[in-house]
Design a binder for this molecule. Structure first.
Ligand code: CA
Length: 231
């Protein structure tokens, strides 16, 4: 099995060196960065297969790194943090982390978690870090933050773009109103669901040729929405 390059995001040099030394002695190549912005840049460069992420970073919280990466990439993220409350783990996993290791950690356990993640990547055979999504005439360039229909750039509001990315990322699956409003506004009150409907309607006008028989976003009445897949 080909070892993926590991992206180490850690501002504490002693922990960073421990992880780097461990990986080097087990034939992994790696890149190290010390803050969230460099982590985002390194992740979008697409050279790394797995991210090891500290949560307490100097420029932003690791949770924000996870959320931002998840808007365009399924790159596996293993959090390594001193935050050991169950709530911290749940929050990180809900934000899109794949695994959570509490500091201090054993290097054997770290290597085992990396191997599990590698097997999962290989089993899924998925393209984990594609920064361009294409579905029929719809194209989303996640790195640039732009979407196109038949080559024409769409002028979407940030919320419309976010909804489109969530649906595209989960194409073929119905996303419930609650899931979507939680992802967008962090809540799911009745008025959030009502706003979701409004944003969906304006998004549809921009991407569908005929909003009466949508080709991309299907409504599941009382449940949610689904992005239909095209060749
Ligand atoms: Ca830290």
């Amino acid at each position: 099995m080909n070892n993926p390059t590991i992206l180490i995001v850690e501002d504490d040099s002693s922990v960073r060196n421990l992880i780097a030394t461990t990986l080097r002695s087990h034939d992994y190549s790696y890149i190290t960065v010390q803050n969230g912005n460099d982590a985002l840049a390194a992740a979008s460069a697409g050279e790394c297969g797995i991210m090891l992420l500290d949560l307490g970073l100097p420029d932003m919280d690791g949770l924000e790194v996870i959320e931002r990466i998840r808007s365009w990439s399924k790159m596996p993220i293993i959090v390594i943090s001193a935050r050991n409350a169950d709530s911290a783990k749940v929050t990180a996993l809900d934000s899109g982390a794949d695994d959570f290791l509490t500091k201090p950690f054993s290097v054997e356990e770290l290597l085992a978690r990396i191997r599990v993640t590698q097997r999962r990547i290989e089993d899924s055979g998925e393209q984990l870090n594609s920064s361009v999504y294409e579905n029929g005439e719809l194209k989303i360039d996640y790195a640039a933050g732009c979407a196109y229909i038949a080559g024409e750039e769409l002028h979407l509001t940030p919320t419309e773009y976010r909804i489109l990315c969530l649906l595209a990322k989960n194409a073929g699956r119905v996303l419930t109103h609650t899931y979507l409003t939680q992802q967008i506004w962090g809540s799911s009150w009745d008025n959030d669901i009502a706003s979701l409907r409004v944003h969906l309607a304006t998004l549809r006008k921009k991407i569908e040729k005929d909003t009466g028989s949508p080709q991309y976003i299907q409504t599941h009445v009382g449940v949610g929405y689904r992005m239909l897949k095209h060749d």
